[in-house]
Write a new protein. Structure first.
Length: 344
């Protein structure tokens, strides 16, 4: 008779195998919920595990501003007891004016709306930390590749972008930390599923997203989810992404959504869905696709999914032909713009 420990070890090995950062491919028998309930802001989500299935681009720029603003005092108007986390109507929107159908023309760097400021100040009033941001994503968000270098000055050269130093210093400690909501193989369903939480650091029944917010207490979160399955509907991806966004807003954390470089689905439907969500919730969008699309081979290796590599030397023209240094630079610029605009 096999001991209980055998089954726990087997389950751990299975989850490890499923977490590989490989190309998404179809697996039979994957569970899909018949219906997804819209979460109530402030209420944890417990969704079934969905296993991961095994142009024109302007150069990203940012205005030169050497001094980073301190967090400003929230407006004097009374802070509401609750914060609406759902999509808003067009008359209420003050962010990007282009429609989601023109997603490829959306600028690389985010436009910050009044709604984003409302989320930010509500969060500060309820204890979020203006010196911290979190990362939510899959293998293309792990700290060894994405943004982690900015906690070690020996790993990057800013070159003409030294105006970003105040932002790097301001968020020191957030760049290279291990996020509870980032893991190789994660997708939009994984961060909403308690079984995927780190049992050593998360509370029983806590989903990775809630665990990350509790432990790190960020005021901003950058959300970049490339991994999805070719045989699963994009509509399901969008439903999960909306739940992530509402969960994030409900905690008073400003979401920054990111488009993806690849087009494994063949029609850019996922990028269109990501931009649609950013538009509906009037939140910042970092259009990473526009940067990658202008690079040789669209910044992709021969598999059409993984990004090309080079050192993060932003003053090296040859290095800046690769995707990863451009992803790190434009991701840093996106956080810089959002923080400055929230506190202007």
């Amino acid at each position: 008779m096999k001991k209980p420990g055998f089954y726990l070890i087997s389950l751990a090995l299975l989850l490890t195998l499923l977490a590989g950062c490989n190309l998404p491919t179809g697996l039979p028998g994957v569970y899909t919920p018949a219906a997804l309930q819209t979460p109530v802001p402030g209420t944890p989500l417990y969704l079934p595990l969905i296993e991961r299935q095994t142009s024109e681009t302007p150069t990203p720029t940012v205005a030169v501003q050497v001094e980073l603003p301190s967090p400003t005092t929230p407006p004097s108007t009374p802070t509401p007891e609750g914060l609406y986390a759902g999509p808003i109507t067009d008359p209420e929107r003050t962010g990007q004016t282009l429609s989601p159908d023109e997603w490829w023309d959306w600028p690389v760097l985010p436009v910050v709306s009044d709604r984003a400021r409302q989320i930010y100040f509500w969060g500060l009033a309820h204890g979020t930390d203006p010196n911290r941001f979190s990362k939510i994503g899959d293998c293309q968000v792990i700290r060894q590749y994405f943004l982690g270098v900015f906690d070690d000055p020996t790993l990057y050269r800013l070159g003409p972008h030294e105006d970003l130093i105040p932002t790097i210093d301001h968020f020191h400690g957030s760049w290279d930390r291990v996020s509870m909501s980032v893991r190789t193989g994660f997708n939009v369903a994984s961060v909403l599923t308690a079984i995927n939480a780190d049992a050593a650091q998360c509370l029983p029944g806590e989903i990775p997203l809630e665990c990350e917010f509790r432990i790190h207490n960020p005021s901003i979160a950058i959300i970049s989810m490339e991994t999805w399955t070719a045989d699963r509907p994009v509509e399901l991806y969008e439903q999960y992404l909306r739940q992530i966004v509402e969960f994030t807003i409900g905690r008073g954390v400003v979401p920054i959504l990111a488009t993806k470089a690849d087009n494994l689905e063949g029609n850019h439907a996922i990028n269109a869905a990501i931009v649609r969500v950013a538009y509906d919730y009037d939140i910042p969008l970092w259009n990473w696709w526009r940067v990658a699309d202008a690079l040789p081979d669209h910044g992709l290796t021969s598999d059409g999914f993984h990004l090309t590599h080079a050192s993060n030397f932003f003053d090296d023209e040859s290095a800046m032909e690769a995707a990863w240094p451009n992803r790190n630079l434009s991701g840093l610029q996106a956080i810089d713009v959002v923080y400055r605009e929230l506190n202007r």
